[in-house]
Ligand binder design. Structure first.
Ligand code: SF4
Length: 408
């Protein structure tokens, strides 16, 4: 299990796997060939199917500029190792390819080449299952966040501080912005209006409206290609900041407590990434928004005074009730259903934390079991529901567009 620095990444949206990962790979390949002026980049499978909506080609070209980049789209070819494959090649003056590098964007902005794909990443952590970590907490009388603080290398506090500042900035920008989001869907931003209506509403409405407004704000920033923090991905970047910001305001929580909550949320996301996947192209949206809900639910339970067992229970519920959630972004844009889904998941995360705290924490399905279930469900899921924008909502939207839909 890698450091949480690999989970929380600051970068431009709209997609960690389709924008941040390819941009990172392009930068690395370009740095290997600073003298080359022509490249060819072939995008396979999901990267090609929804790459245009995710601005994959733009991100790659920007990183390799001023070189000339030929992009080959291969949506019908999925490399056996991972659905998000890409191949970089240099092109000679005669257009002959050389020095091919096949690399995969495995979710959350991380990339692996063929040689690294099956190697377990270096881990600063002795345990990579929640049950073992809970045992460690019980034996040492510590909390889950302390497991992260004790094992992360380097200055974790500085990293979490930077992460929280960037998350807050994305929410704040999103609350100020108005107008249409980029792309052909014609979707209007709703965060600012949701926020204003919420602060003037009854307590009951406000308690649901504010977390929703914050989640919409960060997710709309992501959809607009703004700077966000993967938590654990770009598409699910609104859930955790929304829940933490809302609880911080309501309970006047110190910044140190927010940082500890970020550590625990990072641990939960890391466990899902290590033992299942956080890639929508691999396991559907249960691995993105489902994982984000688990992270936020666990963090919320901790902030509200929960024991490690109650934190685990909240995280388990956050993921369990997203099992089977498909990924079908309309038009290939991280907008519908993604933005609204973040708002709904933020509310659900608070519900999961509340429910865990209202019990003694005992439950029948463990977090580790639900993580494995999520992985198996994702592997069984039809490829059409894993970030291809070919089925589900995406297909029905396309059918309506062809018939000449009237939008409301
Ligand atoms: S549906 Fe979920 S997994 Fe798919 S792009 Fe949207 S947020 Fe990501």
């Amino acid at each position: 299990m890698e450091t949480v620095r690999e989970l929380y990444r600051i970068g431009r949206g709209p997609s960690s796997s389709h924008t941040m990962g390819p941009a990172r790979a392009a930068r690395m390949y370009r740095d290997r060939h600073p003298e080359i002026s022509r490249f060819r980049v072939t995008l396979y499978g999901s990267l090609a199917a929804t790459g245009k909506g995710h601005l994959t080609d733009t991100a790659v070209r920007e990183e390799m500029a001023p070189a000339d980049v030929e992009i080959i789209w291969q949506p019908d070819v999925t490399l056996p190792q991972h659905p998000n494959g890409m191949r970089f090649e240099v092109l000679s003056e005669k257009g002959e390819p050389a020095d091919g590098w096949t690399v995969f964007s495995i979710g959350g902005g991380a990339i692996r080449d063929e040689s690294q794909l099956n190697d377990p990443p270096e881990s600063p952590y002795p345990f990579t299952r929640m049950d073992d970590i809970l045992g460690w907490c019980s034996d040492t009388g510590t909390a889950l966040w302390e497991y992260v603080y004790q094992h992360e290398p380097g200055n974790l506090s500085d990293f979490l501080k930077t992460t929280w500042v960037a998350m807050q900035a994305a929410v704040s920008r999103g609350l100020q912005a108005e107008g249409r989001l980029p792309g052909p869907l014609g979707l209007s931003r709703r965060a600012a209006s949701c926020y204003m209506k919420s602060i003037n509403a009854t307590d009951a409405v406000r308690s649901q409206g504010l977390p929703a407004a914050y989640a919409l704000a960060a997710s709309e920033e992501n959809a607009a290609g703004g700077l966000v923090v993967t938590a654990p991905t770009c598409g699910s970047c609104g859930v955790l900041p929304a829940v933490l910001r809302y609880l911080q305001e309501v309970y006047s929580l110190s910044i140190e407590r927010i940082h500890r909550a970020l550590a625990t949320a990072g641990l939960i996301g890391n466990l899902i990434k290590t033992n299942a996947s956080i890639s929508g192209a691999e396991v559907g949206c249960q691995g993105e928004v489902g994982a984000a809900c688990a992270m936020a639910a666990g963090a919320a339970a901790q902030l509200l005074g929960g024991s490690p067992g109650q934190v685990e229970y909240a995280a388990e519920m956050g993921l369990e009730h997203h099992l089977g959630l498909t990924c079908d972004p309309v038009g290939g844009y991280v907008q519908i259903p993604c933005i609204e889904r973040n708002a709904v998941a933020a509310g659900r995360a608070i519900q999961c934390a509340t429910l865990a705290l209202l019990t003694d924490g005992r439950h029948h399905i463990s977090f580790d079991e639900v993580v494995i279930t999520m992985k198996e469900t994702g592997l069984d899921m039809s490829v059409h529901y894993k970030e291809t924008a070919e089925s589900g909502l995406a297909r029905h939207w396309l059918d309506s567009e062809r018939r000449g839909r009237t939008r409301n």
